[in-house]
Design a protein around this ligand. Structure first.
Ligand code: AMP
Length: 293
């Protein structure tokens, strides 16, 4: 029988650095995949992408309190260390770094990394302080591990462009790679939060990605963006979504609003919508067609 050894879990930066130092001495490249646990195939795809780039892969599991707002699901966030470790082993992870909150934010901690340009819109407008929490913790994880690569999912596109901005602006010596969104069979983007959905909500949730892909297609074929996003929002509400935080076409890299294709730019459609207490986010590319040139 094939036996997969669980990766070692360390909880302190000292242990993490000792192990990474030994790998470096052996000449190995190191890749980092930050997660909050509650793992699914989307996370594992990042670990596999990391493995393709580096001989050694560190996955972090840290539910970062500072990126959750008041009334959000920090206390309820799914935790299953044993299952997560087994999944990470199967994907080829070498080391799990799972620090405590006190290890990450010891008494007296008082620094924040804040990226201005890409965070005052979309999720940033609806989750005040969220991206400061994300960039601060990712900056710390990068400094603690000092990997050659760090891999982030396109599922959280705004997070991805914000981290790229931070790494560029602060000269952090790491290469950021992205990995495509992994979806369920019906197209719903995998998310740790999908497990909050009731069976009835889960059926409605499947309409989210379908509406976004259809709208992206309409925009690609030259229909006016405002009309398409209005119709999409109405369709989601009548499908059973309780509310829509945002549903907008944006420049894929600056996240600025767009009203059509400009030469050399890429457009993505971004949305966040609520089903009961669960907030779903997704984003899809608007593929250029001949008609919009
Ligand atoms: P999280 O644990 O939700 O903070 O996510 C950790 C990393 O996994 C982030 O880089 C996410 O973008 C990525 N991720 C989450 N869901 C997916 C998915 N469905 N497909 C690809 N990457 C994902």
């Amino acid at each position: 029988m094939l036996q997969i050894t669980r990766p070692r879990t360390v909880r302190t930066v000292v242990e993490l650095r000792d192990i990474v130092r030994d790998w470096r001495r052996a000449g190995d490249l190191v890749a980092l995949t930050p997660t909050m646990g509650g793992l699914h195939e989307g996370h594992l795809s990042l670990v596999r992408a990391a493995r393709r780039r580096a001989r050694r892969v560190v996955a972090t599991i840290f539910v970062n309190p500072t990126q959750f707002g008041r009334g959000e699901d920090f206390d309820a966030y799914p935790k299953d260390d044993v299952r997560d470790a087994e999944l990470l082993a199967s994907a080829g992870c070498d080391l799990i770094y799972a620090p405590s909150v006190e290890e990450m934010y010891p008494e007296g901690f008082s620094s924040t990394v804040s990226v201005a340009a890409t965070t005052d819109t979309l999720c940033g407008s609806h989750r005040p302080g969220h991206f400061d929490g994300v960039t601060t913790v990712v900056c710390k994880l990068l400094n603690q591990t000092q990997p050659d690569y760090a891999i982030f999912g396109e599922k959280d596109w705004q997070q991805l462009v914000t981290i790229r901005r931070m790494v560029h602006d602060l000269d952090i010596p790491v290469r950021i790679s992205s990995s495509p969104t992994v979806r369920e069979a019906d197209g719903l983007a995998m998310s740790s939060r999908n497990r909050y959905l009731t069976p009835a909500q889960r059926r409605i949730a499947a309409k989210f990605n379908k509406a976004l892909f259809a709208s992206a297609d309409h925009i690609a074929h030259g229909l006016p963006i405002d009309r398409v996003t209005d119709a999409c929002g109405k369709a989601l509400l009548s499908a059973g979504f309780d509310s829509i935080d945002y549903l907008e076409a944006r420049d894929a890299y600056t996240l600025q609003p767009v009203d059509g294709f400009q030469p050399g730019t890429e457009i993505r459609l971004f949305a966040a919508a609520r089903l009961g207490t669960t907030r779903l986010i997704d984003n899809v590319p608007v593929e250029r067609t001949g008609m919009t040139e």
